[in-house]
Ligand binder design. Structure first.
Ligand code: SPD
Length: 367
């Protein structure tokens, strides 16, 4: 099955944040910067965007830029960039659904895209300002979540696997079942992400990571509950320093974040378990309330340049959707082969099943 290429679509996206609510709204440095919730007009950016604004406000996943991505853009365009970061799709969506304004660009994962689109939170791109959009690989120019890249510019892609300390384990872990084994109790973490935790236990039991079958989800929940006492925490980006220091030996992790840790600590390895795993893509979107749409489009066009995209891929360890960047990257990550794709599943919209997933995740976290 193709993974990023358009194959099937499920437009009946439900709010996967039901139940997350205001509790998920972390305080952010941007709070002071941002305007009153929900007061900004929903704009259309199809016409002339006028002169370049002096500011650009980004809201992105943490650790997802090259050191000079922002400074290079600022120097070239005379625009002052503000960067705020988040650690999960839930955090991003909760903030946007609560009506936060002031941001120009955000970087959701493809699995979140239908919700943002369905809620009219993101605007179609104005291609008159995107001279470099043709640099995208065909696989990403017409992706399943956004046919024709009408609303999004793919940024990076990766897989979910297990990062581990080679110097602490006798051999590489090869199964999601390692988290059920108390041998490494207290030395393991899993991602603070429902799709990844429940998804991996679904795969462990031979099911799809996108299953909404109540019986299969009940099985995955039991596994997650059985694994929980063995875990130090559910943690995403913050676990990297602990893995590098040797305080954590096994961590469910996204491939790029694992590559960043491996660059600092050669005793770290990364595997995709034999049962298979998930593959994801993250893509930049322009928010309907963007106060600086011209600068937002200029940034999109800037990061679509091969050399800028290659630097991002090298710095973050994630694959680049930019075909022109592949030959420039120092550490190119080839797109998965058909054989690899048989073990990887693209995270899809859960439809109405999102309510059950959300309830199960809430119960796992509360246990
Ligand atoms: N540090 C950047 C992390 C990006 C991870 N995005 C993938 C989310 C998959 N659920």
């Amino acid at each position: 099955m193709p993974f990023f290429a358009r194959s099937d679509r499920n437009p009946s996206r439900r709010d996967f944040l039901q139940g997350v609510g205001a509790a998920a709204l972390g305080s952010s440095a941007a709070a002071a910067l941002l305007g009153a919730c929900g007061k900004a007009p929903l704009r259309d950016f199809s016409g002339d965007l006028g002169p370049m604004e002096k500011r650009l406000n980004l809201y992105l996943w943490s650790d997802y830029l090259a050191p000079d991505t922002i400074s290079g853009f600022e120097a070239e365009h005379g625009v002052a960039v503000t960067l705020d970061t988040y650690e999960s799709n839930e955090e991003l969506a909760a903030k946007l659904l609560a009506g936060a304004t002031g941001y120009d660009l955000a970087l959701p994962s493809s699995s979140l895209f239908p919700l943002l689109r369905g809620r009219n939170l993101i605007a179609p791109l104005n291609r008159n300002y995107l001279s470099n959009i043709g640099n995208l690989a065909p696989l990403f120019a017409d992706p399943v979540w956004d046919p024709g890249t009408e609303y999004s510019v793919p940024w990076g892609w990766g897989t979910t696997g297990i990062a581990y300390r080679k110097d602490r384990l006798p051999s590489a872990p090869d199964s999601w079942g390692v988290f059920l084994d108390p041998t490494y109790r207290g030395k393991m973490t899993m991602l603070d992400d429902a799709r990844d935790v429940i998804g991996c236990f679904l795969r462990y039991r031979g099911h799809s990571i996108n299953s909404v079958d109540p019986a299969q989800l009940a099985e995955a929940k039991q596994d997650a509950l059985a694994a929980k006492p063995n875990l130090r925490a559910y943690a995403s980006a913050p676990v990297k320093p602990q893995l590098i220091a040797g305080d954590i030996w096994l961590a469910q992790m996204w491939s790029g974040d694992a590559a960043q840790a491996m660059a600092e600590q050669p005793e770290i390895g990364f595997v995709v378990p034999k049962e298979g795993s998930m593959i994801f893509a993250d893509a930049l979107v322009v928010l309907r309330t963007a106060p600086n749409p011209r600068a937002a489009h200029a940034f999109l066009d800037y990061v679509l340049r091969p050399e800028v995209a290659a630097a991002v891929a090298d710095a973050t360890g994630y694959g680049t959707p930019n075909q022109a960047a592949q030959s420039l990257a120092r550490y190119p990550r080839p797109y998965p082969s058909p054989a690899e794709l048989e073990r990887l599943e693209y995270q899809r919209d859960l439809g109405a099943g999102v309510e059950l997933w959300d309830r199960i995740w809430t119960e796992i976290k509360a246990a």
